[in-house]
Structure formats: structure tokens, C-alpha cells
Design a protein around this ligand. Sequence first.
Ligand SMILES: Nc1ncnc2c1ncn2[C@@H]1O[C@H](COP(=O)(O)OP(=O)(O)OP(=O)(O)O)[C@@H](O)[C@H]1O
Ligand code: SF4
Ligand SMILES: [Mg+2]
Length: 434
Amino acid sequence: MSTPGSTGATAVSSSGTLSQAPGKQSRNTSLAGFDASAPLLQVTDLNVRFPTEDGLVHAVRGVDYTLRSGEVLGIVGESGSGKSVTSLAVMGLLPGAARVTGSVKYRGQELLGQNDRSLSRVRGKGVSMIFQDPMTSLDPVYKIGAQIQETLRVHDRSLSSKAAEARAVDLLELVGIPNAAERVHSYPHEFSGGMRQRVVIAIAMANQPEVIIADEPTTALDVTVQAQILEVLQTALSETGAAMVMITHDLGVVAGIADRVLVMYAGRPVEIGSVEDIYYEPRMPYTLGLLGSLPRVDSSTRERLTPITGSPPSLLNMPPGCPFAPRCPLHIAECDEAEPERFQVGPGHTAACIRTEQVAGAHGDAAEVFSETAEDSVLAADAMPADLATAEGGRDAAAPATPPGDQIEPGAGVPGGTGSLVSSPTSPTNGDRA
Ligand SMILES: Nc1ncnc2c1ncn2[C@@H]1O[C@H](COP(=O)(O)OP(=O)(O)OP(=O)(O)O)[C@@H](O)[C@H]1O
Ligand code: SF4
Ligand SMILES: [Mg+2]
């Protein structure tokens, strides 16, 4: 049976809240190098390469981040940017052929290079993971309750089956499953997608992990349910005190939950900063482009979206220079000389671009740097009432249709993938439970 959050002892009080189990401290010392004062999770120069018939795919290229206690780190980037591979590398869940280098330390304990048996002591009780598709984690042939109970008993063999079932019911109540005492006997297929994701969250929090890695936990769900699942995740964090790495392609999701944000592009972090840095003072054109493709509720004026045109580069034989260059409206010849390192642009804020000062001038307004395409204007006009369309069209007629000539990269603007991200609400809703 698969148990994604197979973890250690967790006490659930009769009031339905989790209390710390005895032995929680000692579990952290299970691998060599434990240091209570070390950051919860420290990832340094993580690289992942996959040998393929066409050559070596360099999927993750020098990822660095530190996750501190109680913190939520959002990892954002478009499809194929290496978000999942990074997390699977942290959890030691990549296929054997993957070549992984660098360092992943959990409280000072090096996880890279550990065998599966050693890692299983950390997985779930130290670091647990929530996947996008709950059916990846739940076994269709076992009842929900049995799967939660197994998770609880993997590291607490002394737990009686009656006590384990009672805890499973409490956990299901915590994540908002109605009639939990009955539903604990259901099979996964008897639950909706949103309810299955609640169960997966219950399993992930069962043993009070110190870190929860959530890989697109809301992407497979409709927007109303997404908002509910985000609330459940917040409950999980407050009940367990865990820190979280929240992976998403949706900047709207991280705005509501993250403290810091890491933006990935072509396998590499291109900007890291606080949520405020990323939303209001981004310094990397790609981040600015992501913001431009996100509807903003904090804007006092009606703004058009400004999608990023083109597609990310192939991760096979990356050309020299900035990987964002073919899509970047600020591209200059110097950008092609070498891939920019991440420069310090503020306290705790770094960006991989040689023109961060030009980006700073936009103050998060993507329209300052990215222009809408003619096709977008037509679509926008079609989608709005005629009087509004006329007013908007009039305003746009005065605005330049393209960036200044010296900012246009010949390859930019190629029709194809837009890289635009779609926002989803992050505020609580009163809709029916999923
Ligand atoms: N086993 C593998 N063999 C070869 N390439 C792989 C393998 N797994 C992933 N990749 C490649 O690694 C890159 C990063 O993939 P990853 O799944 O991390 O992207 P992602 O950012 O999570 O995207 P998404 O938002 O679509 O989930 C992609 O180009 C993908 O094709
Ligand atoms: S300005 Fe140059 S270095 Fe900066 S993102 Fe654009 S192409 Fe890359
Ligand atoms: Mg992914």
C-alpha cells in the first residue's frame, strides 16, 4: 500500500487538535550530522541531469534555497521549469538514472546520497509531500481509514488499531471531511477530487512533519475547491507548526500563503525575494512578465494582461547567455555573453539579470516593459461590452504597440506558447465543500 506521509507518532486530542508526540525531538537525530540550530531545509547548488537518447537533459541547474521554521516558501515557474524535479530530488524520489549533485540538508543532515531505508526515516515524519494528483498518493484498493492508519503506525508500532482509527477520524475532521467516522470506511473512488486532496493533506500532516512540500496541490481542482484546499493547507500548517514549500505555476496562489517566493526559469532560480519584493518590486523581466499575465485585484485601474510570448528553451544543450533572452523585451547584445548570476538587489532579494535597474523602473507594472500583442487586443475587445471596448481601445491607441526598437530581440514575439499564468482566488469562499 502506498502511504505518502508514512510517519511517526502523532497524538490527536479529543478536541481534534494535534499535540506533539513524545519522541518528536529524537526523530531528527536519525541521520548523521543533526544540528538543532541548522535551518530546517538547506538546498545548495542542486543539479539534476537525465540521460536521454537525445543527450543529457539538465532539468535542475543550481537550485539554492533555505527554509526556516514556520516559513512558507513559494516556488513558481511555468511548466517544465524544474519545480517538481527539484522537490523529488529533495525527497530522494527521482528515478535511479537521474544524476543528482549538490547538497540537501535537513537540520544539518545530508539527504543526498542516503539509501532509501535511511531516507524513509526522514520522509513523512521529517519532510512529507503532497502531490498534485491525489490518486498518485492514495491506493485505490484500500479504504481511506486504513491508509491513514498505516501512515500513523509505520513509525509507532505500539499504536492499537482502535487508537489509530480514532486518530484517523480526528485527522479527517481537521481537514473538513463531513461524517468522518463513517467516511473513514470509504474507498478513494467514493470521494470527490477535492475530498481526496483533503485526505492526502491529512496523511501528510498525520505525524506532524517539520516540512511539508506541496507540489501543485490545487492545480487539478476547480477554483472554488482550490480556495478551500488552500484553507485546509493553512490549517495543516497551524496544527503541525510545519514549514512549507508550496510549488505552483500560479503567482495568485503564493500571494495568499507564502512568505518568500523563488521564481524558476529553465531549471534555475532567477529571482528570490519576499512576497512584497516579488509582487511590487520584481527585478527580473521574467518575474515581471508573470505578474503581467496575472489579473490583479489590487489595481485601482482596469489593466490588460501582458502575456510573455515564446517558449522556454530546451534543457538539452542550453546555449550560452541568458536563457530568457529570446523572450525578453529588455534584451541587449551583452545578455548573450554569459548566463547572468543572481545579483543582490535588496535585503534577501536576488535577481539573475544584468538589467535589474531598468526592471526596477517598472515597479511591478509589466505593461511598462512588456507590450500586449495585437491578437490580445482583439480578444480583449471581443470579450467586453462595446462601450468599454471603445474606451479601452482609445486608451491603447495612444500607447506604443511594441517596445522601443532597441529593446526588441529579433526572436521575440514568436507566436506560440504564451507562458501566461492564470490566477485563482486565494480568499476563503463559502461554497459547498468539495
Ligand atoms: N525522467 C525524466 N527524464 C528526462 N527528462 C525529465 C524527466 N523528468 C523530468 N524531465 C524534464 O525535466 C524538466 C523539468 O520537469 P518538471 O517536472 O520538474 O517541471 P515542472 O516545473 O514541475 O512543470 P509542471 O508545472 O508542468 O509540473 C522538463 O523538461 C521535463 O521534461
Ligand atoms: S535583460 Fe538580458 S539578462 Fe536580463 S532577463 Fe533580459 S535577456 Fe536576460
Ligand atoms: Mg511539476
